[in-house]
Design a protein around this ligand. Structure first.
Ligand code: SF4
Length: 275
């Protein structure tokens, strides 16, 4: 039955965690540190870099098209970088921080040099965290932030633009587009007629990607959502590998008290770093 407070909230990152490993899902999305009652999160340099670049883009998205480049995005970047400087970004040395900070600067500079997509009209979803009921009967909610929604006046529709700061291309079979298609369709009133990825460390413009249809998107997402809901009900989150793949070792070190606590982050998660 529909109840926002007891519903299972699913997002692209939590679904990705579950597909990687149920235990990784448990540690990232359910486990709470007994001392604070907060969920845990491991901060690492690539995450810090991605966070700041995305925050720059989000600041621009709040402005009318003609004002988006009025304040230099590089200045915004420098201001926001202070939030992840040093331990807050999981940097182990000034050298390491400088390297990542420079990579992010280059990505922001790429946006400044190729502003076309940023100067077009966009649609903003009002909620801080957009969500909708994936299934009211099964009490499942799908949520997630969308980077950018370009408005296409010829068809009065929207196109999803997702900014990428990592080194690898998104897996074509990933559930990101099915999830985003469902989210955007259900969280605003225009239809979704396209999607693109912008790999900011290597491309000067977004790459169009094939948008999956809504029916197959719903089926794929619902299938995994039901598995997650069942795993939560049975509290069954077992390691899949006999000897362990060690991917969750950093999170286990946090649970074991072997990581350094640095702050409370977004959504009240306790942020840790490993030395
Ligand atoms: S070690 Fe086991 S529990 Fe951890 S991520 Fe790998 S498969 Fe999952």
């Amino acid at each position: 039955m529909k109840d926002k407070y007891t519903a299972v909230w699913l997002s692209h990152s939590s679904i990705k965690d579950y597909l990687k490993c149920p235990q990784a899902y448990y540690l990232n999305n359910i486990y709470r540190k007994p001392e604070t009652g907060h969920k845990i999160m491991l901060m690492q340099p690539p995450l810090a870099l991605g966070q700041v670049v995305h925050e720059v883009i989000e600041e621009m998205s709040k402005l009318p098209a003609a004002e988006r480049l009025r304040e230099s995005p590089l200045k915004i970047y420098e201001r926001l970088w202070k939030k992840v400087s040093g331990k807050m970004g999981g940097f182990r040395s000034l050298d390491e921080e400088t390297k990542y900070q420079k990579r992010g600067q280059e990505m922001v500079q790429r946006l400044i040099d190729n502003p076309g997509p940023l100067l077009k009209k966009i649609i903003k979803i009002r909620e801080e965290l957009p969500y909708f009921w994936l299934s009211e009967e099964e009490n499942l909610i799908l949520c997630g932030k969308i980077d950018w929604l370009e408005y296409l006046p010829q068809t009065d529709s929207v196109r999803i633009l997702d900014f990428k700061t990592g080194k690898f291309d998104e897996d074509p079979d990933s559930l990101q587009l099915p999830i985003y298609n469902l989210l955007v369709t259900n969280c605003q009133k225009r239809s979704v007629t396209g999607a693109s990825y912008w790999y900011l460390d290597r491309d000067d413009e977004p790459r169009l990607v094939k948008l999956p249809d809504l029916d197959s998107s719903y089926k794929r997402v619902m299938e995994i959502a039901q598995k997650i809901a069942l795993a939560r009900k049975l509290e069954h989150f077992k390691c899949r590998q006999k000897d362990g793949c060690r991917a969750c070792l950093p999170l286990e070190r946090i649970v074991a008290g072997q990581a350094e606590y640095v702050a409370v982050g977004e959504y009240k998660k306790d942020i840790y770093i490993l030395n």
